[in-house]
Design a protein around this ligand. Structure first.
Ligand code: 13P
Length: 253
């Protein structure tokens, strides 16, 4: 059985005092997690060190929402893998559609970041997903295949086994419009087959593939019950302890 990983992407929400409140509420709501379920919270950069301290001794992992592909240097505004690790991060979200859309991130750049994260010992949550236009044109499979090939290029099998893939259809992010469980399952299957083609089936069977896009307490159980859906990458609903913990509990219903 694959571990289920529920990750919360806080995006650009929560300052330090709000981080303190939300982490306290999460720890109170979920002193332990269901068996075979892991959870990661991904606050914005300024809150990472504080969240890392507050999460010590809790079942939650810490993740960042982005990182540089470089080790260090004159890269104003960037944050390295080593800096993230020093705050207690063990995960990092890479290639989120908002990074692709607003900051021009390409599959090639995301691949460079993923390789850097893995070599630093971080587990990347690598995001892929089609736009509404692409879905309506019937090219979802091709788009996902190209993204997967691009973002996974040259990642060795032992590193791939530690990587998480998140399928986030762009049209379902923040819109309240979720992919149906069948639509999610269909694309997750395409992704797992791609991983099998690029590596092998044994590895593909172990990879955690999360779904993201308007996951809420009332739709989480159904989406997570699909064979190839191994977790969720949650935006809006992770900003409150009651809704995020309800999604975590739904993972093993
Ligand atoms: P929402 O859950 O708000 O749709 O956001 C999904 C997402 O982008 C998580 O990374």
């Amino acid at each position: 059985m694959r571990t289920i990983i529920i990750a919360g992407n806080w995006k650009m929400y929560k300052d330090l005092s709000e981080t303190r409140e939300l982490v306290a509420a999460l720890k109170a709501a979920m002193p332990s997690l269901p068996e075979h379920v892991e959870s990661v919270i991904c606050p914005p950069y300024p809150s990472l060190a504080l969240a890392g301290e507050l999460l010590k001794g809790s079942p939650f992992h810490l993740g960042a929402q982005n990182m540089s592909q470089h080790d260090e240097g004159a890269y104003t505004g960037e944050v390295s893998a080593k800096m993230l690790k020093a705050t207690g991060c063990t995960f990092v979200i890479l290639g989120h559609s908002e990074r692709r859309q607003y900051y021009g991130e390409t599959n090639e750049l995301i691949n460079a970041k993923a390789r850097k994260a893995l070599s630093a010992g971080l587990r990347p949550i690598i995001c892929v997903g089609e736009t509404l236009d692409e879905r309506e044109k019937g090219v979802t499979g091709e788009v996902i295949t190209t993204q997967i090939k691009g973002v996974l290029a040259s990642i060795p099998p032992q590193d791939m086994a530690r990587s998480v893939i998140a399928y986030e259809p762009v049209w379902a992010i923040g819109t309240g419009r979720t992919a149906t469980p069948q639509q999610a399952q269909e694309v997750h299957q395409v992704i797992r087959k791609m991983v099998a083609q690029l590596y092998d089936w044994a590895l593909a069977e172990r990879i955690v593939i999360q779904y993201g896009g308007s996951v809420k307490p009332d739709n989480a159980a159904e989406i997570l019950s699909q064979n190839d859906v191994d977790g969720a990458l949650v935006g809006g609903a992770c900003l409150k302890a009651d809704s995020f913990s309800a999604i975590i509990r739904a993972a093993r219903q």
